[in-house]
Design a protein around this ligand. Sequence first.
Ligand code: SF4
Ligand code: SF4
Length: 105
Amino acid sequence: MKVYPPDAKWRDMAPGGIIPQAGNAEEYDVSGWRSSHPEHDSECCIHCLFCWIYCPDNAIVVNEEKKVVGFDAQHCKACGICAQVCPKSCISMKPGGEMADARQK
Ligand code: SF4
Ligand code: SF4
């Protein structure tokens, strides 16, 4: 995969700014540019895994019992889709990019 250096100019980029390699989100740490973050209420969660299915960055962390335990702080880009699809409103978006990393639990 081509990785552009920080001093790359626009003429170095792919035409139209396209990303020719699909499914590459997991290769990037997005924690530095997030301006909000999701919070999960484990008391209300029924572990339907809707959030896990819909997260475009595979950033919902599920344990061996198939229960949601939180988020992957390195890859969550705070799109808010998980909060939108949760049927029980157990995920809410909060201001600020800092968030706990459930992968460390
Ligand atoms: S969608 Fe909501 S209720 Fe379902 S697993 Fe995710 S947080 Fe829990
Ligand atoms: S905010 Fe977006 S990227 Fe982060 S866990 Fe939810 S759906 Fe995934």
